[in-house]
Design a protein around this ligand. Sequence first.
Ligand code: PMP
Length: 419
Amino acid sequence: MAGRADAELEARERELEGRYRVLCGSNLNLDLTRGKPSADQLALSDALDGILAGDYAAADGTDTRNYGGLRGIPEARALGAEILGLHPDQVIAAGNSSLTLMYLVVDTALHYGLNGAAWSGETARALCPVPGYDRHFTLTEALGLDMTAVPMTERGPDMDRVEALVASDPAIKCLWCVPKYSNPSGCIYSPDTVRRIARLPARASDGFIVLWDNAYAVHDFDFPPPPLEDLLECAREAGTEDGMVLFGSTSKISFAGAGVGFVAGSPATLDRLEQRMSVMTVGPDKVNQLRHARFLGGRVREQMQAHAARVRPKFEAIERILSGSLGGLDVATWTRPRGGYFVTVDTLPNLASEVVSLAGDAGVKLTPAGATHPGGHDPEDRTIRLAPTFAADDDVAAATEILALCIELASVRTLRRGS
Ligand code: PMP
């Protein structure tokens, strides 16, 4: 598009503005901001209600209605292991949120020490691959850590940069990772990236940990699903197991507000976390753990295939519409994830905020530009996160058409200003 004559661009701008004005008068109310399961997806787990039918005994005889059992009941730990591709002994099954467990881990490492001395006494710093998950940034900031952004590639974080940073700056104490269907780019970390991440504690200062948030471990569109290299196994080979902490949950497998969260790691890490948990609680909600184990144990893949049947068409609609409207124009790039919850669209530099604002005025709510970066600031102002799962199929298609129009309109205006 950049090579087009000014008269051609002007004509195109007039045409797009005409279409945009009509849309603005149509009272649309569409929303692609919510990384939540749709009501259809939630309904896939309605059988959780009542599944225990009065039988509250866990496999080891534990009465799940009572206090205790900080690591979770055996079958819930086995479920976490099934989801994360681990052994049940490596997993703690906890409450309803893995994000809470991430807070616990960073708080423990910072103030008490996870497997070694506490980080406090210096300003600790987190490496945050961008684009990334805004709640990781909020959590990190709330605990008083500084953040350094590192770019994502199609294979995961830019490891040359990560390795150079951890080797040169002793204040760097952790790296955030969403290794499969990354939030929001949708990429899967390559085997080489995983192996290099596993070796990081050997290069970094004492107490460095990898925060491996595998929130989308089984959220595939294709079956058999693509593999993810086993981080803990790589770390075992590298002698760095104590520096790896893994997370997952059933939030987007069963009920997003009433699932089970998991944290996994080395024996020393689990001992330490259990100790910290014992200060905060007498035990997790084991009744919900048992419900989940009975409902999902051994049939996670079947459940995820049912999710995929509802989610995949929304991603395919985005791909079809963006390719049809913007393909070949060189005004945007976007990801084509084969799982997870998000698509990332990159506009020309300095246009993401304008596109989000144009779309908002036309009745399409998008995640604020910058949300994918620490401090809510995308220095290039070009990344937009799309979250299509919650909206109805028709709404996803309609919202994407409008997004494409807004991207082209903002781009034509910029190109004309520059020509
Ligand atoms: N991690 C990532 C990468 C996520 O995208 C989300 C949900 N948006 C979470 C964690 C939240 O997980 P939970 O519900 O288990 O706290």
